[in-house]
Design a protein around this ligand. Structure first.
Ligand code: F6R
Length: 618
């Protein structure tokens, strides 16, 4: 996720008080640069700063690559500045796309997190301006410029307030302007926190950025716009000045990086509602039932396509298995899923009528890249579904759909699985609409379920204490069996993978119907069965198989659609109604279950033994 840091206070030069609250003998550039270093853990591909000097005006420096490689300009009279680490969502990680972005005359600079959904419309309205990047962010300084030209008496705060009214999406913004001694910030959907020093004020996407200077913080709320000066802050909401209070942070930097969570994995599980909002942002047209994923195909290709082959490894493979069922249902095309390391373009298939979809969070998995290369060599059309702009896979495929989940640091994939399935579901709708296989009403219903996903996932996250209790009760089991049918199968496989990789317990996932064809021999009172019993997962039939296991003494845990009930379950987790996406929501319970079992055992959850986040060897 992108990171923001802003500082106003003039730095310290030894003849000030030199307390920790104002940075102790550093220039504004030093303080902003170190703030960027503190934000590095969030993951990024580019960095930049904008410094404002009392007489020297606005100076911007930015580039793709590491914060260490960024030369922060020497601006001795700087009074304030902003910095940004970018995780690309619109446009590749280039110098031009790095933040800050400026207006035409270079008076205004803006850094931004989140997504401006209507940036294309706004860019068209700004046709008289010179835009130099691919980003959605760049419209903001140009809109501010227009406001300041239209009303030369307006200050930066007033201009940002007017611009904010025109932006759609979720974002956090920091703006500075030559000749203005304040930083103006706005929050809608993306976090922003203010740091209150004795004679300095900070703003950042999280407290880690400035924790070494101050622990007194004010959390902005959605819709807040604030003007920051060395003396304090003025926060405005709905046209009124408001007081958001001040809290003292007691975490140490390491915990703060994890947002107060003990592990990145748990943080990332909890980030899923926000990640999903970003995945969906600006892509759904709920009136027409269409989807815009920015993936194009040659005319007539989709009408003639005979097969969609999904290639992926591990969790991404399970996301692919989920999606294959959606592709068949929504687009009417036969869809197969291959483990990427096993993939070969089979005999008897026609490459020009085959679409190969490579699903890879990192975009660097050697096995998946190998499969893409084999598909390309056979002459098939290839699409990547990935989280990582600029990754190798994006350079080797015909098209890419980005999942926009933000960086995932825990080795076990969590939020990226949810965003992969959501992106693939959108692709399935897009293919179905293009082929005329999916009517507008049916498409609208899927889009409504997609829109309901972030809220449904949040409801599950709110039930975490129930999951922790179940994890405590069953943590000492000999083995765990995860079962489901239809869309419940990939979720059962994923639930078992998550548990085994972070708890080191034996866990297996399979189609519920297979239980009686072998695994039932392993079932005992010491082997809980965890079942997906939701819409899209043939719940009643699955429950029959669960009962077979219960008859052999196995405890049974189930993720059950909110409108259903299975009285005989030992533990029942409620899954909010979101149609074919319910198994995906159920998966959040399984992530939390795996997390809490592993946590009870004191496992190194973020870095399980023998595993790497990105597997770049075949
Ligand atoms: C499991 C996990 C792995 C990855 C797999 C593919 O939690 O993270 O199974 O899903 O290594 O990685 P990507 O998606 O980067 O290709």
């Amino acid at each position: 996720m992108c990171g923001i840091i802003g500082y106003v206070g003039g730095g310290t030069d030894g003849d000030k008080d030199g307390t920790a609250s104002d940075g102790g003998g550093e220039t504004v550039g030093d303080i902003v640069h170190r703030g960027l270093t503190n934000l590095e853990y969030r993951g990024y591909d580019s960095a930049g700063v904008a410094l404002v000097g009392a007489t020297s005006g606005l100076t911007v420096a930015k580039r793709s690559g590491e914060v260490d490689a960024l030369t922060v300009p020497d601006v001795p009279d700087a009074t304030h500045g902003v910095g940004h680490t970018r995780w690309s969502t619109h446009g590749p990680p280039t110098d031009a796309n790095a933040h800050p972005h400026t207006d035409c005359v270079g008076d205004v600079a803006v850094v931004h997190n989140g997504i401006v959904e209507n940036y294309e419309t706004l860019k068209r309205e700004l046709s008289a301006h010179e835009c130099t990047s691919d980003t959605d962010t760049e419209v903001i300084p140009h809109l501010i410029e227009d406001e300041l030209v239209a009303d030369p008496d307006a200050d930066l705060l007033a201009a940002v307030q007017r611009v904010e009214d025109r932006l759609e999406g979720s974002y956090a913004i920091c703006a500075v302007r030559e000749g203005d001694d304040q930083i103006v910030v706005a929050r809608r959907g993306s976090p922003l926190v203010l740091g209150r020093g004795a004679d300095a004020t900070f703003v950042a996407s999280d407290v880690t950025a400035f924790l070494e200077h101050t622990r007194d913080v004010t959390y902005l709320e959605d819709g807040d716009v604030a003007a920051l000066s060395a003396d304090g802050v003025a926060i405005v909401a709905d046209g009124e000045v408001v007081d958001r209070g001040t809290e003292t942070v007691t975490w140490e930097a390491d915990a703060a990086e994890k947002g107060g969570y003990d592990h990145y994995m748990r943080k990332e599980i909890h980030e899923q509602p926000e990640a999903l909002r970003q995945t969906l942002a600006g892509r759904l047209d709920t009136t027409s039932g269409d989807v815009d994923l920015d993936v194009s195909f040659p005319p007539g290709f989709l009408a003639d396509v005979e097969e969609i082959q999904i290639v992926a490894c591990g969790t991404s493979n399970y996301a692919g298995r989920y999606a294959a069922q959606l592709f068949e249902e929504l687009s009417g095309v036969r869809a197969t899923v291959e483990i990427a390391s096993e993939y070969a373009f089979g005999a008897g298939r026609s490459p020009d009528r085959t679409l190969v979809v490579a699903v890879t969070q990192s975009g660097e998995t050697a096995d998946t890249l190998g499969a893409v290369r084999r598909a390309n060599a056979a002459g098939a059309r290839t699409v990547a579904v990935t989280n990582t702009l600029g990754s190798t896979v994006t350079r080797e495929v015909d098209n890419t759909a980005f999942i926009r989940a933000g960086p995932e640091i825990g080795v076990a994939a969590t939020k990226t699985f949810a965003s992969q399935v959501a992106t693939l579901a959108m692709l399935a709708v897009a293919v179905g609409r293009d082929r005329g296989a999916l009517g507008a009403a049916a498409a609208r219903s899927v889009l409504a379920d997609l829109q309901g996903l972030p809220g449904a996932v949040q409801q599950v996250l709110d039930e975490e204490p129930q999951v922790r209790e179940a994890a405590q009760e069953y943590q000492d089991s000999e083995a765990f069996f995860f079962v489901g049918r239809a869309l419940g199968v990939p979720v059962a496989l994923e639930g078992a993978l998550k548990l085994k990789e972070i708890s080191y317990d034996h866990a297996e996932g399979f189609a519920a119907g297979e239980l009686k064809h072998g695994p039932l021999a392993l079932v005992t009172p010491a082997t809980p069965v965890v079942a997906v019993l939701t819409a899209g997962a043939r719940a009643d039939e699955t429950m029959n198989n669960v009962t077979e296991a219960q008859t052999r003494g196995a405890p049974a845990l189930g993720c059950v659609s909110a409108d259903d009930e299975y009285d005989t379950l030992d533990v029942s987790f409620d899954v909010p109604e979101v149609g074919v996406l319910e198994p995906l929501v159920a998966n959040v319970y399984l992530q939390l279950f795996a997390y809490h079992v592993a946590n009870e055992k004191g496992r190194p959850i973020d870095k399980p033994r023998n595993l790497a986040k990105s597997v770049t060897v075949e």
